[in-house]
Design a protein. Sequence first.
Lengths: 476, 302
Amino acid sequence: MDALDLARWQFGVTTVYHFLFVPLTIGLGVFVAGLQTAWYRTGKEHYLTLTKFFGKLFLINFAMGVVTGIVQEFQFGMNWSEYSIFVGDVFGAPLALEALLAFFLESTFLGLWIFGWDKLPKKLHLATIWAAVIGSNLSAYFILAANAWMKHPVGYEVVDGKARMTDLWAVLTNSTALAQVPHVVAGSFVVAGGFVLAVAGYRILRERDATGLIPRRRDFGDVTVPMRREAGMWRSALRGALVMTAVAGAIVALTGDMSGQLLHTQQPMKLAAAEGLRHDTAGAPFSPVPGIEVPNMLSLLAAHDPNATVQGIDDIQQRLVAQFGPGDYVPNLPIVYLSFRVMIVFGMATVGLAFLGLFLTRGRGRRARPVPTWFARLCVLALPLPIAAIISGWLLSEIGRQPWTVQGELLTAASVSPGVSLTEVAISLGLFTLVYGVLAVAEAVLLIRHVKAGPDEPMPAVVPDETERRVPTLMY
Amino acid sequence: MTTFWFIVIAFLWTGYFVLEGFDFGVGALMPVLARGEAERRQVLRTIGPVWDGNEVWLITAIGAMFAAFPAWYAGFLSQFYLAAVMVVLGLIVRGVGLEWRGKVRARETPLVDAAIVTGSVLPAFLWGAIFGNVLFGSAFATVMGGLLSLGLALVHGAVFVALKTRGPVRARARETAWVAGVVLVPVVAFALWRMDAWPAYAAMAAYAAGVALVWAGREAWAFGCTAVTIALTTAATFLALHPEPLPGLTVESAASAPYTLTVLTWIGLIALPGVIAYQAWTYWVFRKRLTAPEVLLESRNA
């Protein structure tokens, strides 16, 4: 174990952790903005209730995404100074643009949204949440463009041992980025969709509100307050999430196919590792699980030609040795192989769930079908699936890139900070693990608590303490 | 071009220290300025809508350093590795603390408050310590730098609370501001004198004016003066960092190639005025002074 290993662990742990929160920020933000738009356009009260309810869950999660993102931006310089010096001229630009064009938009307008409910006109207030979520999605674009450059560097030349940007446009329209951005963003919408499905499914089970035909009441101890909730509120939230997940799922599949073809030409080693293909093979088969083989399928997937030759691990290794000198150019095979399968199986299961749900709950108005109890339960149980899928996708993508940080240009081993000692990385890794662990528990507790408590109902006219009595009742 | 980008970086850090300076001060002083839950919410609400936007100045400063001066960015963060870790951890617990405070149970708020205070004090001290160490290299300078940045943040934050509130909190904040201001005179005077540059001497004057003005009850003018103090102190720091932002590293050798700098200049020139405009608008939307009952009512309706 040396500083390099620990630095890699730290980057892996903090990045995977960061990415537990990011998809929800990206997808749930748009969902909340959509709910508020529905409220703005129809004036129906239950859309406002849902906006505030999911808005609160969104904010609990948003905080974690933001603060763990700071670590990411610092970490390149802290632990990977050689990498930073080599790539900064190219890689730094999208990061600077992300902060300037996306993060400012996101955080400034989210502040306006949170505290602007009674300060801004309705329309302007609605615009603030849209500005914020546009910021979140823009940030995804910039950081993924930077990440894509590591796998498929374009628009640069190497001068005096450093990458130099020659074409920013080429970096921002990298083919790898153009396939990866919609894939990851749509994947984030699937995760957010799965999250809303689980939450709405839980509320349906708890309130027995599949159709919303039962009038609701709520106990406040000594008084029972009838709730002004629209009938079928959770069904409409569930339906919204089903549509979002199904549409996003289709985009994920489509762009996943594009990414696969790009791997074939740009990162053959990753493709071979994901399939465990040992040798260059014409008409290569695809094996979903070891033992079962679909003939010619891999060639078809990778090149859209059943007879195309797909490169194999051992042959690529030999070619890379010839090109770059002796070394091990094979990534961790079991992880890459397994994460590829987890991504596909769990991701497709989530999208399948969405299409099933759309079918089960079809119909509008008086013909609207209720949400079956078993389906609501399934939605709750399915919560981990899309999260596992998207995390596996990243493991496949980044572990499959090894041993390179910049494909064909810079090895991971040559990227690490030479001046940062094993002890220092051990301390920071320990601290991050500790703080992140505590915060993960706190976030989970907060989310569960708010989901269990349900939306805030219109408050009964109770004056709880001294300070508030001084406020004129008119303000209620 | 490299000099221009050095100024841009200095400007971004200045924006960060001026804006998050009062955020740090407000977070650190919250237990001192507020009595009881309603007042605590009132104090934190002064920065509630803006602190996250203010922090993006840091993200942008660091991102711009990465793009324009990769070797400076890499050297800066890897040489001050553990300090940077502590800064980030501080920002983490503070950020979630501020966002989660209204969403936890009453008996958990002391824990969240502890996170906010720690997360405000730690980075406020460490930034000054880091830059003090870069400039002078000694342990004494490191501590003095930390005390200077923490002290300026405290005074700046107290003045901000006085400017943004009404009622007992305002009176307490005003008193805290000028008392802390006077107590810190030796630290501020010594540290700025050691920097020995015209912006540092001007910062001294602005600081004295700020403390006097808050004592006299002119909060808006006082806030302007503490903001100028921090801006000038940052300017003096970056003046001293040029042309060698780290020992043995020159700005020229750390810089990216002209193409990257040119492209970024154009994008920055177009985008940054827009950012400043909408951030300024945020402050305009939330310009009203806050009272404790109003804040309590607002948080209930949110």
